[in-house]
Design a binder for this molecule. Sequence first.
Ligand SMILES: [Zn+2]
Length: 347
Amino acid sequence: MTIAKTLEKLSNACGVAGREDEVRGLMKKFLKPYVDEIKEDKLGNVIGIRKGKKNAPKVMLAAHMDEIGLLVKTISKQGFLQFAKIGGIDDRILLAQKVIVYTEKGPLHGIIGSKPPHIQKEEERKKIITYDRLFIDIGAENQKEARKMGVEIGDPVSFDIKFAKIGKDIVIGKAFDDRIGCAVMIEAMKQLKKDKCTVYAVGTVQEEVGLRGATTAAFGIHPDIGIALDVTVAGGIPGVKEVEAPIKIRKGPSLTVADRGLMTHPKVLRWLKDAAEEHKIPYQLETDLPGTTDAARISLTREGVPSGVISIPTRYIHSPTALLSLKDAQNAVKLTVTAIQKIPKYF
Ligand SMILES: [Zn+2]
């Protein structure tokens, strides 16, 4: 399967933080052919292990399986669903979105509605409609019918967006944060030849709500080196200054120097840069990032783990649809594979 096909399947699946089941199932299936052992820890992380030489360094790759989304909070008497937000979601992107409510009885289609602009007062129209004033309309006649359709408090809701290829190397779709990291990890495991190191390919849970899965996975694995495979904000679009977002699509994966939770270990940065330069893989460097990744938690595990991040530049992160270049993803795979092969020289 190509990386585009893997990404398509992962992107179209639902994995709102804490409800990653569908993605977890795919991750197990996709990783299985390329690992010696696959397991799930008690929190729900998927851990694929490729065994290396005895006493060789252990490297942990982490890509989070969860995505931002909504959870049903209340069902109104008229049958509308009010919701809670899971992860960082800007209220302005919610209105009029098509969504899927995942109930025990199966998925239900719906749309996020609000009071129509026609009957809004002048003042109201200027204001952002906050999420607590929005609702999901699933076409139910009343609360009783909504319940009969299967809706339960706490059901996860994801955006109803299908993956699409829109250019030579450009794809758009849902939850590229961080299904592209998952796809890169699977592809890297596929391309990796038998190696000295032991590689742990981990699909983590609950990253978007506080890097929770990486915390337990890293504790259990006790790695020597940690690498998060994630997305980063790509600039180069109208209205965005160079200093605000210098990373661009099609210029190669980005290596984090520092973000809000991680100071990339200098040895890790040197190792990744050398791997890229020696193999002529394009890369970008970035710092002063307002967010963070699973690498932040891995780095603080036990007595500390030298960690870094390989990111795929992605536009419109944390909105229903994101955009990225498959070339960057392929280069991220190449960098991951070559870097792992160089580990014995550096660690
Ligand atoms: Zn992410």
